[in-house]
Design a protein around this ligand. Structure first.
Ligand code: ZN
Length: 70
């Protein structure tokens, strides 16, 4: 039973691939190497995020706070 279903599935995929083509891989253009900065700038003050202090609470009621250096 599973063999017949698989055969039907393969035939259905062959028909679909005739119209859609193979699976598209990549972004559709020539991609450059992904260069990322190791230390992002703070969206509020512009300083590096590594210079900031993150206050995380022990409970789930108090929100996490980020303190910008001045
Ligand atoms: Zn900041």
């Amino acid at each position: 039973m599973a063999g017949r279903f698989w055969h039907w599935y393969e035939q259905a995929n062959r028909v679909v691939r005739f119209f859609t083509g193979p699976a598209q891989i990549g972004a559709g253009y020539v991609e450059e190497p992904d260069v990322r900065t190791t230390d992002h700038a703070c969206p509020m003050c512009g300083a590096a995020l590594s210079t900031h202090t993150i206050q995380r609470s022990a409970n789930q009621i108090t929100p996490t706070r980020m303190i910008c250096p001045r």
